[in-house]
Design a protein around this ligand. Structure first.
Ligand SMILES: Cc1cc2nc3c(=O)[nH]c(=O)nc-3n(C[C@H](O)[C@H](O)[C@H](O)COP(=O)(O)OP(=O)(O)OC[C@H]3O[C@@H](n4cnc5c(N)ncnc54)[C@H](O)[C@@H]3O)c2cc1C
Length: 494
């Protein structure tokens, strides 16, 4: 059944409403971020190491213009172990649907699935393949909450909106588990995630985070002392940590592929190799591709770091960033269970954090680092392997089988940007790193808004959007400078 819905939202800031925040944005940028490129330089070229493995490009976007279709998945452990999936045909005609979703990552697929479950007709346009972007390449860590703490959100939008946003902080993990169960998605789901602290300051932060999350109704966290963390991870650099039993890990590409199959099982249509090249705005927006179009009541823009300049208003206030992942050869049961005896995923508490976990076939999947501006590093193994060996020197003779890079979208506040352009173009983007859970909630919230229940959408939409000072030229070096400052603080433990 096709269903149209009310468009009455109680609070959706128009795009230009955010411009009044610009002076604060500038302040925030220089105060909070005054920092991050030298790091990038140091991180992206390790001298003396031969270039052993090059990777497929992070992006199908070149200077804001989408390249020709037929983009394959980048080479990765996930692509090599993906469940069988059909190649979906490109859009070759003029179609109509209640909703046209741009992008088949978690945001787009989650939105499509919630809409289909409520009777909407949906066409999803994907520039490359389902899960081609961050959703098919990430660390696979189900990390609850957002990239900034709830007290920051509270200060930014007030108690009432923060209460709604805080209540959703642990919902994404539940959405994923519900999807996996209902649609029988085979994606190696495991429970349990750990935040690991290097020093007393980070431990104090975890303690206050636990108290803060409890204030928002989340009591699932358990602090770990030095002995406790040793039972979770065989690394003597940590002094403690925090266990989230509702965290966990997945094979991210197989989750996306399973969600795409669920979309199709409900009558949704996905066109791959179909980059949206233009959105004709109006009462019934038309999304154009090279050889077809979709006329819809609503458009949902879910291209995140791979969107390029399709919607210039969105490009102006966000910055694509790369992060890199390596995967070892299979370690065998014994070594794998020595490293991570509970099979939880781990991320450390540094500003530029390392994240790692075991795969179903007992390899170590290890990620870290940030490349501001999302250039593809030449030799990923040279960047990430030393980080892995710092954590697990016992892996010095282990071979790396896969290395890849992917882009996430950073915002100045590191909080997601959610909103509506005109009456009928909705978007969610820029969760700045922790996106596996957020994107699943975002899909639910966007679908609620299209069904006329906008309270939770309005809460996210009330988060201010700041443009990057310095524009496209200076945002990368300034951000890198900022990150360098925070990394130095992490290293010095203050
Ligand atoms: C290497 C890496 C590791 C990460 N690790 C973690 C982690 O462990 N835990 C965590 O919580 N988060 C992690 N993240 C972040 C998380 O993966 C992302 O926040 C999340 O997947 C974003 O989902 P998305 O659907 O918004 O965007 P994406 O998954 O990037 O999907 C966007 C899609 O839109 C398509 N698209 C773009 N433009 C167009 C267009 N014009 N027309 C049609 N289609 C278009 C793209 O091809 C792409 O498939 C990681 C990110 C990366 C890159």
């Amino acid at each position: 059944m096709s269903r149209w819905c009310s468009n009455q939202l109680s609070y959706v800031p128009p795009m230009d409403a955010h411009s009044k925040d610009a002076p604060r944005g500038v302040k925030l940028f220089f105060a909070n971020s005054l920092i991050f490129v030298i790091f990038e330089k140091a991180a992206s070229c390790a001298p003396g190491e031969p270039i052993r493995r090059r990777v497929a490009s992070t992006s199908n976007i070149n200077n804001g213009a989408l390249e020709m279709p037929n983009t394959p998945y980048p080479s990765s452990y996930y692509a090599a172990t993906a469940n069988p999936a059909p190649a979906r045909p490109a859009l070759e005609e003029a179609k109509q649907a209640d909703v046209c979703v741009i992008g088949a990552g978690y945001t787009g697929l989650s939105t499509a699935l919630f809409l289909l479950e409520h009777g909407f007709s949906v066409v999803v346009l994907e520039a490359a393949r389902v899960g081609f972007g961050a959703s098919g390449r990430n660390g696979g860590q189900i990390v609850n909450s957002y990239s900034r703490d709830l007290d920051t959100i509270e200060r930014s939008v007030g108690v009432e909106q923060a209460r709604l946003i805080g209540a959703m902080a642990f919902e994404g993990g539940r959405v994923i588990r519900e999807r996996v169960a209902r649609y029988r998605i085979d994606c190696d789901l495991k429970d349990g995630g750990v935040f690991a602290a290097f020093n007393a300051k980070q431990m104090q932060h975890l303690e206050s985070q636990k108290a803060l999350w409890a204030r928002y109704g989340h009591h699932e966290l358990e602090l770990l002392d030095e002995q406790g963390i040793r039972q979770v991870v065989a690394c003597d650099r940590y002094i403690g940590g925090m266990l989230d039993r509702t965290g966990g890990h997945i094979h991210p590409l197989n989750l996306a592929l399973g969600e795409a199959a669920a979309v199709e099982s409900l009558g949704g249509v996905i066109h791959e190799q179909s980059p949206a090249t233009r959105i004709e705005r109006g009462a019934n927006p038309v999304v154009h591709t090279a050889s077809g179009s979709v006329t819809a009541q609503y458009v949902v823009v879910a291209g995140n770091a791979y969107l390029g300049n399709l919607v210039p208003e969105l490009a102006a206030k966000s910055m694509p960033c790369g992060t890199q992942v390596i995967t070892t050869e299979p370690l065998g049961e014994e070594l794998a269970s020595q490293l991570l005896p509970q099979d939880y995923c781990v991320e450390d508490c540094n500003y530029l954090l390392d994240y790692y976990r075991l795969s179903a076939d007992k390899r170590l999947i290890y990620g870290g680092g940030v490349v501001y501006g999302a250039r593809d590093p030449a030799d990923i193994e040279a960047i990430i392997r030393p980080k892995m060996l710092k954590t697990f020197p016992q892996l010095k003779d282990v071979k790396i089988d896969y290395a890849w890079t992917g882009n996430f979208l950073m915002t100045l506040s590191r909080l997601p940007q959610v909103g509506r352009i005109g009456d009928n173009i909705y978007y969610s983007q820029g969760c700045s790193g922790h996106g596996v859970t957020y994107t699943h909630v975002a899909g639910k919230v966007l679908a609620e808004a299209l069904r006329g229940q906008a309270e939770r959408f309005d809460a996210f939409a009330s988060l201010p959007h700041y443009p990057f000072p310095g524009g496209q030229t200076l945002r990368v070096p300034l951000s890198a400078l900022g990150a360098m400052y925070y990394s130095l603080r992490d290293r010095l433990g203050f």
